[in-house]
Design a protein around this ligand. Structure first.
Ligand code: G4P
Length: 526
């Protein structure tokens, strides 16, 4: 017999969109909200050209800063399901935040630009999803523009990402002629009309491949080509749900987020085939989402989300059970018992205090200084979820405080940003150089740190980029370590816990020192 708890959890669909910048992630997010009826007019999420107010003060802040610094968590109901969409920051660069968000999802939607195929950042994000073993759906976007050949795009997914692509539908035309898709399982054609500024849902016509409008629009040659491709689809891999779940296959959809073509078909399939919340590993074994006991882990901390309240919000992924407001939980790192009295939930256009939530949902917990990334909160016996992997920093820069009278704020800001996991901080052991060294995964994180220090702590800073590319903890005999030729190119620093770290210019140099000093151990800090 399924309990009310099981029913709620089985209806949860928690996912993130992964893509290369400009592939259309923001546009697709917005159209999913439109089709989820969480917004009534597209254009509100981005608020470009002053169409409507931003959907939350948090988004407004992102817009003010001109850079997307947060991962958005949005929830909307759809056809009896509760959909949680974790939006990963989609700028040129990426940060640990993006990676961590992927630790809190059950599946991913990969958005590709039909004219570009698989791009660099998609690959990196894909790797993280693959390591977690979560199912990946593929949306090939921008079919309303001249696109690469559909078969070539499928080949690319197969060759570059090593997954078997299974086309769930086939595009009818591309560029100006893109009129809809052929649905493979249903053997039906979905034709669409555009709406004014694509702001509302596109009217849809369900028909067959023999509909004369198709031939008329495509012309004889393209129509024949289409028929040939559709005939050939039988020879392509057939959809196998188990293989989708294991990451062996990806279900592929063609469409245009801008014009809304194919978005609903995609969403309908997604809720049907995407997994409900799964097991999460911990030091007490795998945690079953259906367990009666509430548990979850913090995957993100964001300070000063609301400039008026200067609050810091910890985002928690619920991994098991039911959450109730005022619940008492154990916070495993501190051993403290605490009551969660002011939890937030995020909807498309607002955040509000939540009274109950279930495994798969994300809640925001404001104003708790004890929380850190990776912390476990649970009812009952304390345990720890498997640690969130940290990623090796690849960029380093010395941060100078330009106004020494603001030193206190400077240090406070840095402490907060480190707690949020925005960067790692090192200090040189040479007493003459006290300026901290920031270590980040993507260079844009430097800008974010500097912008936040300026807007939130009123401290102007200057960054001197360093040429180093990797950081390693150094352990071994003290005398051996002293023999290392410490100098600018092999910078000697300590981390926040006082552990000795060496910064290297390249992989090549690290190998050189490893070979030359075999008694010293160099281990990556990330
Ligand atoms: P991102 O979040 O992945 O970075 O991409 P975003 O949605 O911001 O889209 C990047 C650009 O691509 C935007 O154009 C957007 O309108 C366009 N775009 C997204 N989906 C489609 C699609 O299906 N078809 C076409 N033709 N274009 C699409 P922009 O010029 O940068 O912005 P805007 O001024 O059009 O808003």
């Amino acid at each position: 017999m399924t309990t009310a708890l099981q029913q709620e959890i089985e209806k949860r669909r928690t996912f993130a969109i992964i893509s290369h910048p400009d592939a259309g992630k923001t546009t697709l997010t917005e159209k999913l909200l439109l089709y989820g009826q969480a917004i009534h007019m597209a254009g509100s999420v981005r608020s470009r050209r002053n169409q409507r107010a931003a959907t939350s003060d948090w988004m407004a802040m992102e817009q003010e800063r001109g850079i997307s610094i947060t991962s958005t968590v949005l929830q909307f109901p759809y056809k009896g399901y509760t959909v949680n969409l974790l939006d990963t920051p989609g700028h040129q660069d990426f940060s640990e935040d993006t990676y961590r968000t992927l630790m809190a999802t059950d599946s991913a939607m990969m958005v590709l630009d039909a004219a570009k195929g698989v791009e660099a950042q998609t690959r990196k994000l894909f790797e993280v999803c693959r390591q977690r073993g979560i199912p990946i759906f593929t949306f090939i976007n921008k079919m309303d523009r001249p696109a690469l050949d559909a078969l070539d795009l499928l080949d690319e997914v197969e060759n570059v990402l090593g997954m078997q692509p299974v086309p769930m539908n086939w595009p009818i035309g591309d560029g100006k002629k893109f009129m809809g898709v052929y649905d493979r399982l249903g053997d039906k054609v979905y034709l669409y009309d555009r709406t004014v500024h694509n702001q509302t849902m596109s009217p849809e016509y369900v028909t067959t491949i023999n509909d004369p409008r198709i031939k008329e629009r495509l012309g004889d040659v393209e129509y024949e080509d289409l028929m040939l491709n559709i005939g050939l689809m039988d020879e392509l891999a057939a959809f196998d749900h188990d293989k989708l779940m294991s990451g062996e296959q990806t279900a592929v959809y063609f469409g245009s987020a801008l014009t809304n073509f194919g978005v609903q078909l995609f969403l309908d399939d997604f809720i049907q085939y995407a997994p409900s919340p799964g097991m999460y590993p911990s030091d007490a074994g795998d945690i079953d989402p259906m367990s009666e006991n509430f548990s979850g882990f913090i995957f993100k901390i964001q300070a000063n989300m609301n400039p008026r309240h200067r609050d810091s919000v910890a985002f928690l992924r619920i991994c098991s059970g039911r959450f109730e407001r005022n619940i008492n939980v154990n916070h495993s790192p501190s051993g403290k018992s605490m009551r969660l009295s002011r939890p937030y939930k995020f909807f498309a256009d607002s955040r509000e205090v939540v009274d109950e939530a279930y495994a798969g949902d994300i809640i925001g917990l404001p104003g708790n200084r004890y929380f850190g990334i990776g912390d476990t909160l649970a009812v009952g016996a304390a345990f720890n979820f498997a640690p969130i992997p940290s990623f090796a920093p690849e960029h380093f820069g010395r941060l100078l405080n330009m106004d020494i009278s603001k030193q206190k704020q400077f240090l406070k800001g840095l402490t907060q940003l480190v707690a949020e996991g925005a960067m790692q901080l090192f200090h040189e052991t040479d007493a003459a150089r006290r300026d901290p060294i920031l270590a980040v995964v993507g260079v844009l994180q430097f800008e974010v740190v500097q912008a936040r220090l300026e807007t939130e702590y009123r401290v102007k800073t200057k960054l001197d980029m360093l040429p180093h590319r990797l950081a390693c903890w150094v352990t071994g005999d003290e005398a051996d370590i002293e023999l290392l030729p410490w100098r600018y190119a092999l910078l000697r620093v300590v981390d926040a816990n006082g552990r000795l770290v060496a910064l290297f210019n390249s992989e090549h140099e690290l190998t050189y020192y490893q070979n030359k000093y075999p008694d010293i151990t160099f281990s990556r800090t990330g």
